[in-house]
Every structure is written in C-alpha cells, then in structure tokens.
Design a protein around this ligand. Sequence first.
Ligand SMILES: Nc1nc2c(c(=O)[nH]1)N[C@H]1C(S)=C(S)[C@@H](COP(=O)(O)OP(=O)(O)OC[C@H]3O[C@@H](n4cnc5c(=O)[nH]c(N)nc54)[C@H](O)[C@@H]3O)O[C@H]1N2
Ligand SMILES: Nc1nc2c(c(=O)[nH]1)N[C@H]1C(S)=C(S)[C@@H](COP(=O)(O)OP(=O)(O)OC[C@H]3O[C@@H](n4cnc5c(=O)[nH]c(N)nc54)[C@H](O)[C@@H]3O)O[C@H]1N2
Ligand code: SF4
Ligand SMILES: [Mo]
Length: 728
Amino acid sequence: MENIKITRRGFLKTAVAGAGAFSLTSGLLDFQKWVHASAGAAVTSVPTICNGCGNRCGIFAHVKNGRLWKIEGNPDANGNLGVICPKGHGYLHDLYNPNRLKGPLKRVGDKFEPISWEEAYKEIAQKMNLILLANGPQSIFWVNYPQTNHAYALRLMHALGSPHYFTHGSTCFTARNAGWATTVGELPSNDLSHSRYILIVGRNPAGGIDLGQVKRIAEAKEKGAKLVVVDPRHSETAILADEWLPIKPGTDLAFLLGMINVFVKEGLYDGRFVREKTVGFEQLEEEIVNYPPEWAEKVCEIPARTIVQIAREMAKAKPKALIHRGYHGAFGSQYLNSFQTARALAIANSLLGNINREGGIYFPQSAQLGELQPDHPAPDLPEMGKADGTGVPGRYPLGSYGDGIAHAIPELALRGELKAGFVYHNNPLRTNPNPKRVIAGYKKLDLLVVIDTVLSETASIAHYVLPESFYLERTEAIDTKHSGKRAQVSLQQQAVKPLFDTRPGTQIIIELAKHLGVGKYFNFDIEEANRLRLRSLGVTLENLKKKGVLFVGEKWKEGCGKLNTPSGKVEIHSSTLEKLDFPSIPRWEEPLVSPDPKDPQSFRLLHGKQAIHTHAMTANQPYLMAISQRYDMIRLWMNRERGVRLGLKDGDWVQIKSMVGEGKIRVRLTGGIHPSCVWLPSGYGIFSKHLKTAFDMGLSYNDFLPTYFDPTVGHAMSSEIVVQVTKA
Ligand SMILES: Nc1nc2c(c(=O)[nH]1)N[C@H]1C(S)=C(S)[C@@H](COP(=O)(O)OP(=O)(O)OC[C@H]3O[C@@H](n4cnc5c(=O)[nH]c(N)nc54)[C@H](O)[C@@H]3O)O[C@H]1N2
Ligand SMILES: Nc1nc2c(c(=O)[nH]1)N[C@H]1C(S)=C(S)[C@@H](COP(=O)(O)OP(=O)(O)OC[C@H]3O[C@@H](n4cnc5c(=O)[nH]c(N)nc54)[C@H](O)[C@@H]3O)O[C@H]1N2
Ligand code: SF4
Ligand SMILES: [Mo]
C-alpha cells in the first residue's frame, strides 16, 4: 500500500489521542485515575489467546492494579511465534470501550430493555420449547464463528435434536477446502520457512494477517527463497515479493492450467511421485494440451513467457517449492470456478512432488482432544441432513455438512423451515451477502437470540441479546487451532474480572442447556471439561494455565502415505467428481459474471482485508478507526488510467451500483490494481446505529453482492459482482 505508511510515531500520536477519550469516563474505564493509582504497582502476566481475529495468537496479558496494561506475543505459539499485529493491539482496548454491552437485553416493541440473566434464560426456554413442539427440532439453528472453543454449541444443538449448526464457512473458505479435500483428502499447510520457491495466488498474509506465515516467509527469503505473488492488487504481501503478477481477477484457473501444461509438456514434474502417488495423470495429459501458456495469457493476462519461466523455476526448486494453499481472497468462496481453481492448485503442487514434503505442502499435526465420555455421555447425532442441502444426497454434493451453508439461513427462514436461532460471535447481517435479504430472513424468525459483546447489526434486531464477557475477562474451552510441525493446545483464560454483567460463552451455553431441559449433557463446568479433555494428551491443565500453549503428540514426519481419498492417492482424476457429473479433471470454466470491456464504467468489485481491521468487527474500535482516517484508508481502489478516463481525481467521491445495491465512497487512484476491477477494503460499512465510532463509515462489498450458491459447494461466490462506477 504505497500511501499507507504507518510509522511508529504516527501510531503513537493516534494512540495518545484515543487514550484521552477514556479519561472522560469513570471508574475502571478512567485511564488517568488508573495511571495515577498504578504507579509502582506489581504487574501480573497471564498467558492467554488474542481474540482480535480467528488467528487466535498466543499472548501474555499484563495486568497492573486490576487493569489491563498491555499484551505481548507468546514466543511458543505456533501461529504467531511471539509477535502480535496492530489490530490485536488496538482491539484489546475495546475492553474499556464504553460502547460495550453491559447486561442482557430483551426487545420490547422496537426498543431494548434490561433483563436479568435468569429471566432471559426462562423466557428464551419457554419460547424455544413452544417452537420445538410446534415445528420439531429441525426448525432451530445455531450459527457461529468456527473456533475449536465453540464445540459446546454443536453439543447443544445435538442435545436438542437439531442438525442445524452452521459456521461462516460458505462466505469464507468452503471452495478451497473442498478442492483440497477432493484432491489430497484434507486441507494441508504450507512449509514456508523451508521452501526455496513460494508462489502465492490471491492470499495476502501480510494484510489478511497470519503472523506466523509472514515470519516464515521472511525466514525463507533470508535463506534465498524466491517469492512470487499473483494478485490483481499490489497487496502488502506483493510488497515483500520478488515478482508481482497483476492477474485479471477470476482467471487464476487459467494461469494454473497454463503452468500445469508447461509441467507436463516439458516433463518438469516429479515422475516417480506421479507414478506412485497419484491417479489420473494420463487423463490430465490428454486434457491439458488444450491450455498452453499462450492460451492462458489471453485469459488471465499474465504473459506466456512468465508462466513458462515460473513453471521452470519451480520445477528446479522442487520438491522445496510450493503454491500457497490459499484462504479466502482468490478461491475461498469467490467465483463459480473457485472449486476447480483449488483443485488445479492442489494438482500443480502434486506435480512438484511436494505433498507432505519439507519445504512443500504438508499435513500438519493437530491435537486430538479426548472426549468427555464416559464421565459425561454425548447426545446422539441427529440423523437428518440439513435444510440447506448439505448432507442431503444430490444437493451441493461437495458442500460441507460440518459448516453448512449459513448464508442460506435467510431463505430457510423466509420459507418457514427455520423458526428460531442462536447467533454467537457472528454477524450475518453485515458479513453475509445482500443485507436487505438477510434482514428480511432473520426478522422473520419467531425467536432470535444473539450472543455478542456489542450491539452488532444482528444483535440490533434480536429478541434477546446475551452479552459475552470480553475475551480478556473469560476462560474458554481448550483451543486446538495451532497445528503445525507439532500440535499444540492453548488456553484462553481470564486476565481481568468482568467489568459488567456479562458471562463467558461456554457458561451461557451450559446455562441455556439447563433451562432448555437438556442439562444432563452439560453437568460440568469449563474447568472440569478442560481437565477431562486433556487427559489423553499427557499434559495437565495446571501446566497449560501456566504456559498458555503446550506442544502435544508426535512430531511431523516427511513422506506421503495413504491419503484420505477414495484411491488413497492424489486424485488428479477424481472418481467422486466423475460420478457426480462434474469435470473430473480441471478444465477452464468462466466466472459467472464479467464486466463489460467496452463500458468505461463497468468493473468487477473485489474486496479484502486491511492489516488494521478484522472483518466488520473492529471498525468500532476508536484507535483502529483513527488509523483508517489518518491514513485515508476508507477508499475504493481503482486503476489510475481508468479513473482518469472517467474524469476522476484521486480522492473524488464515486457512486457504485450493482444489481442489488448502491453507495458512495471516495476513490483511490493507483497503478497497483488491474484495470478490470475495483477493490473495496472489507472492514467498513457498519450500519448498526449503536456502534458509534464505525456507523456509516465506508461501504461493504456485501451491499453489492447478489445472493448466490455455487452449485458444487454452495459458497457465496463473493467476487461475482459487476458494478457501474460513476463520478458522484
Ligand atoms: N487484517 C485481517 N487479517 C485477517 C482477517 C481480517 O479480517 N483482517 N481475517 C482472517 C480470515 S477469516 C481470513 S479468511 C483471512 C483472509 O486472508 P486472504 O485470503 O489473504 O485475504 P483477502 O484480503 O480476502 O484476499 C487476499 C488477496 O486476494 C486478492 N484477490 C482478490 N481477487 C482475486 C483473484 O481473483 N485472483 C487473485 N489471484 N487474487 C485475488 C486480493 O486483492 C487480496 O490481496 O485473513 C485472516 N486474517
Ligand atoms: N463485511 C464483511 N463481510 C465479510 C468479510 C469481511 O471482511 N467483511 N469477510 C468474510 C470472511 S473471510 C469471514 S471469515 C466472515 C466472518 O464473519 P463473522 O463470522 O460474522 O465474523 P466477524 O465479523 O469477525 O464477527 C462477528 C461478531 O462477533 C462479535 N464478537 C467479537 N468478539 C466476540 C466475543 O468475544 N464473543 C462474542 N460472543 N462475540 C464476539 C463481533 O462483535 C461481531 O458482531 O465474513 C465474511 N464476510
Ligand atoms: S493476528 Fe492480530 S488480531 Fe488476530 S489473533 Fe493475532 S494478534 Fe490478535
Ligand atoms: Mo475468513
């Protein structure tokens, strides 16, 4: 980002300006009083986990005189290796943000009134029981951010007999996961630090932050590795790269097919690996002749000679060469062709013979927690598929039953199939496509209970809002997120006492279960559950509390054994896809929609992360919003030449219009973006009036995104947006 240089001095200035705001409030929120009282006070350090985003970095929370002083990274944590990011630093201040929820709320007419926890539980249980009796268990749902510490929510849904547990996967990663699973049996990791050649296609770990990855890329580069970034936009990761290739968005599949063509035609692949560990290479040889690099150049606009050069360089560095497994940006849930793009990417890696190899793609070790049985028997699993079509033969055949298709909930509510739901650490009104439709669907529910820390858009329309304690105020279920060369367990634990009448999420789930009549599956507290689940891993809860993260299990071993695919091998040709009548060898597939090349106002609308914000949940953080404003980051990126053709100057206001929405924003003209698209940072566009700092700042791509369900996986296809951009 050329114009967003955040110097330390600049950051401190905004931080000091923000700190002043806290002195206006009273009690523990009063920063000045605390500074005075704390001079000379002892510092306690509590190892815990940052909840500023899904990375869940290991941290130490330093507490002075009962108040949080600062956080530092835990060097033992696989995911962040001792560092923390700007949004983690900023987000912790929300602990003292007066805009927090301070107690349970009940909707009365169009207002909220305070209610006690006990009354709220009783009323929710009465209404829920009526809905369960009248409509059956399949009429209720739970949707949350998919974190391992949210496991008890799934248990609650099963105890109530409902299959309808959802995560945000269909708006984030389900195409990527399905592509990898169909090809190599599971989602692997990247062994970045040992790689000699790293090709990243539409992933931006330096902006869509993954701190461990950035550190490992830096380590590899220091040892001489080459980094190539394929991104229509000059991203923060492109800044670190040896080469940046501004691809035409939606055409990564063509780029990868062109590379595979070179691997095959020039015999650059690992012949032994292909012979012993893959199926379908012959079919690939037949199909791939259709995609020479000259063809790919015409589609993706990366020169044929560059495609050839990268393929040759990677083959030379193999097997310590990798194409990053990806996340959200290019093929997580973006295009009609995203699933096939993920497949092609997995196959290209396999041809390098890098599967489960050092410096390549590897299957990480992850901790397998023990069960609560026999002490606490688990409820039976519901035997039905989900109403969204996952787990039902014939519909979204590669959809994830575990994640479900959460952005289908509004349709299911409008159709009357879902009647009541719990939304936990998730904000579908802002993070799902086409908010008008999401609002209509969620408003149709007879009962909506939202568990959040603030009055988000979704909380604003709930019947009951149950406030969860801030992450530094609560102890959570054991986290197993940090897989790697050796598995880890980690623990989010209380560092400061709750400031308000809030409760930890796990306690809320257990208390809800008891009031809903399924308490027999929840006759434990989180301390006991954590202790039981660690039993089989050979580590103690006491030690975990002391350290925050612990290594468990065996160390990763190199070598590609039997894979979790039908053939036990890498499926270049997929028999599963053949049976389903989907292309069983990747072949070119157009995106669903494309801008009109002859229309100067027509663009594809892309979106993505900025390093200082998480989704739509940190825009209300005053320090972080101050940075956005100071560095003028709330703007639509547009290619300079195209902007000039529209009569625009840098900083002008523009009008964006799609099939489903319109809005105004200022433009950032830059050479750092492909001419066919515009790019909107995805952290803004808050429309909950309760979020005072963030309200009405910027736009969200979801305002312009029609409601789509990709036919293979059911994902939201969130970059299939054509917009008209005009001077406002
Ligand atoms: N700062 C920050 N970090 C985060 C998060 C956050 O909210 N904020 N969230 C976390 C989560 S949940 C996720 S899923 C990850 C997401 O991490 P990423 O997937 O890295 O994030 P994005 O910013 O969505 O997209 C990455 C890049 O893809 C590019 N891109 C868009 N379309 C295309 C295309 O068609 N082809 C190619 N080649 N590139 C394209 C974008 O320009 C962008 O630079 O980040 C995680 N880390
Ligand atoms: N507008 C927009 N939409 C997006 C994205 C985006 O960047 N912007 N990214 C897409 C991607 S990649 C993803 S992964 C999804 C993510 O979308 P969601 O799963 O909806 O996640 P978030 O927006 O991070 O946060 C959801 C809610 O959790 C609340 N929250 C934060 N901390 C806590 C806590 O400790 N406890 C509780 N109970 N609640 C808490 C926040 O206040 C917020 O209301 O969105 C997708 N859609
Ligand atoms: S990446 Fe940043 S916000 Fe996310 S968990 Fe780590 S420190 Fe917190
Ligand atoms: Mo995501």
